[in-house]
Design a protein around this ligand. Structure first.
Ligand SMILES: Cc1cc2nc3c(=O)[nH]c(=O)nc-3n(C[C@H](O)[C@H](O)[C@H](O)COP(=O)(O)OP(=O)(O)OC[C@H]3O[C@@H](n4cnc5c(N)ncnc54)[C@H](O)[C@@H]3O)c2cc1C
Length: 357
């Protein structure tokens, strides 16, 4: 049980709540940013570790298969869900420690990610600004080690609390156990579907240093003649760049980048350059090379194309969109057709980024 936090606090837990909040036959359409139709037979709202334990100990739900749902911005729903859906709504954000070299901030897994980024900045604890405007919840951020504009969650991660869905035990996990990688973590492998993340702690380094070097950010620096942007400036730029490039899920259903950018060896890259010398690629410090999946999809002529009501976004080929009334199977048929044509032309298998349910 979390002790009443000290310092800057915004409402942890659900004081006095003891009953499980169980709902039946719940439409998940409003709970996924793609706006895909699916019905959850049972949905339980999780506001604390104790709520998870109640589900685990429950004679009806304890042994039933479960699916953990955050903001639904990284999932593709292809069918109704017989699993018990655990909708994570653990709240609260607070400063837990002020160290000479870092601010340690904790947030409930159900908090909105962007709200956390904006709140930490407003409190004078910068460090998350490059990750502004990524949809979804705090608790899902470690699952795929969210990243954008030269920063990944793992660069600011301290630890997290999770409850095991088999034993009901609460554990604190540190970076080594989380095994973060490119859009990857232990929560996509040995702990997939095994635990509910309830709180995440972040280490925001002091003194703050901007994370620069990303092309779009460099462009903003040149345009504005700013050599040393503040954290607020970076936050504003990232928000503006994202708004110009990505469809707002409130207006056009989508799950962000639909495919991961493939990582290849220099030999593989030479082979692909042999097929198309204009292929967009970025050498990484570890010697591998990142290929721009969006560029490859565009090169195969997919931009603006559709299968049923599922389409490829006109402004960014990496994003698949719901043109209105799409169903999950249309999205997946489109995704498979894209994978086949990219494989046929470049010999590369694109891997979907969202979780297909
Ligand atoms: C417009 C748009 C732009 C995006 N841009 C980016 C980007 O720049 N970078 C990036 O990395 N991602 C991006 N995404 C993807 C998405 O925002 C992130 O993956 C986000 O972290 C998903 O959060 P969520 O709460 O919506 O997770 P959900 O979609 O609800 O769940 C995703 C996965 O995490 C699991 N999960 C969720 N919550 C928990 C929990 N508390 N405990 C255990 N498991 C959990 C679910 O079971 C599921 O497997 C974008 C998405 C959209 C729609």
């Amino acid at each position: 049980m979390l002790l009443p936090p000290e310092g800057v606090v915004s409402g942890f837990g659900r004081p006095g709540a003891t009953d499980m909040q169980v709902e039946s036959a719940v439409s998940l359409k409003p709970y996924n940013t793609f706006g895909l139709p699916a019905v959850a037979q049972t949905l339980v709202r999780i506001a604390s570790d104790a709520d998870v334990r109640r589900v685990v100990d429950d004679p009806t739900f304890g042994r039933a298969p479960k699916f953990v749902l955050g903001g639904g911005s990284n999932i593709v729903l292809t069918r109704d869900m017989p699993q018990v859906v655990l909708k994570v709504e653990v709240r609260g954000m607070r400063l837990v420690e002020e160290r000479p070299d870092a601010w340690i901030v904790e947030a409930g897994a159900g908090e909105d990610w962007h709200a956390l980024v904006a709140w930490t900045l407003a409190q004078g604890w910068p460090g998350l600004e490059n990750l502004a405007l990524i949809p979804g919840t705090v608790g899902a951020a470690p699952v795929q080690n969210i990243g954008a504009y030269g920063l990944e969650l793992q660069d600011r991660f301290e630890s997290l609390d999770a409850v095991d869905l088999v034993t009901g035990r609460s554990v604190t996990l540190h970076p080594q156990i989380c095994a973060f990688g490119y859009r990857d973590s232990v929560f996509k492998h040995s702990l997939a579907g095994r635990s509910v993340i309830t709180r995440v702690r972040f280490r925001l380094p002091r003194p703050w240093r901007p994370v620069l070097g990303y092309l779009d950010i460099e462009r903003k620096m040149t345009e504005t003649g700013t050599a040393a942007p503040s954290a607020q400036q970076l936050f504003d730029w990232v928000c503006a760049i994202r708004r110009a490039k990505l469809p707002d899920p409130a207006l056009i259903g989508n799950a962000g980048s639909f495919f991961k950018n493939p990582l290849v060896t220099p030999e593989q890259c030479r082979d692909i350059i042999g097929r198309d010398p204009t292929v967009v690629h970025y050498p990484l410090p570890d010697g591998t090379i990142k290929l721009a999946a969006g560029w490859m999809i565009d090169a195969c002529g997919w931009k603006g194309k559709s299968v049923g009501q599922a389409g490829v976004y006109e402004k960014q080929a990496l994003v698949l969109v719901n043109r209105g009334g799409a169903i999950g199977s249309e999205v997946m048929t489109l995704a498979r057709a894209i994978q086949e044509s990219v494989y046929g032309r470049f010999g590369i298998r694109l891997e979907p980024e969202p979780v297909v349910v």
